[in-house]
Design a protein around this ligand. Sequence first.
Ligand code: PEP
Ligand code: MN
Length: 339
Amino acid sequence: MIAVVKESATEDQIGHFVDWIESKGLRADISKGTGETIIGLVGDTTQIDPFLVESMDIIDRVQRVSEPFKRANRKFHPLDTVVDCGHGVKIGGGNFNVIAGPCSVEGENLFRIARAVKEAGATLLRGGAYKPRTSPYSYQGMGEAGLDLLAEARDELDMPIVTEIMDPRDVQQFVDRNIEVWQIGARNAQNFPLLKEVGKTQTPILLKRGVAGTIDELLMAAEYIMSEGNPNVILCERGIRTFERRTRNTFDLNAVPVLRQLSHLPVCADPSHATGYTRYVVPMALAATAAGADCLEIEVHDDPSHAWSDGAQALTPKMFREAMARIAKVREAVAGEVE
Ligand code: PEP
Ligand code: MN
């Protein structure tokens, strides 16, 4: 349920209303937009009489929100959320960003790749230190040593880091190194204890859609994080599993405008995991940009044939540089339409 507050309402009156909501065992989510204040009632609202709320002096109107996701819902928060990733990088609300780097952190080559992607215009550096692999015999990532390398690259290049967290027991390692953006991978999109744990921080979370997850399941995963108090969630479409075998996954680009419609959270798109092949990454990066993504995540490796994971979908730094120039042109062409 949302209550739209009259413009004449004072802070004091809004405060009393919030106390009343809380006395009913609910939580109030206040969103101040341009000219309108919206108070979202979160929790079991079946005991609340909407007519009673509507009859209150400061309330303009009341609307039931039927979707099970509340805090992630645009009805609760009409304006786009802007997630501040530090180092001057903000995602959402018209701010477009590109996250780039290798699939895995492998060693000193991280610095070469990081410098190249930064020079080409990437604004965040990615690299996995903990890798969710289908086989337990595949490379599992450098772990803490990988996080150290990422932090070193971040300090050298003054750009925020994006790296995957797989285990709630690793939170302290990420906090100690001030990792700016924690990625929740597709395989953990419904790992509820992990979602709750990262929800207890204020760290920006790049939340990937599950391999076979629906859009609503992605939004409910975001809700898990937000319900613990962390509003800084970036949703990421990374391809879903279908009957198609010519690509690693099927890039559900519908999800980009659908998520932007349903939610105020920034939307990222990952054409690397979505397609699985280098030759398809750039066309789909352009398509995702045209569809209105707030952010792209692209894997880049300086020697893809020797990459420790996902070499088949990596762009070289040169390909990435050329892609960035084309992405900029698409942004220019669609500017205004998708914001
Ligand atoms: C990754 O970003 O390297 C990754 C493993 O992504 P996903 O969870 O989308 O497969
Ligand atoms: Mn990868």
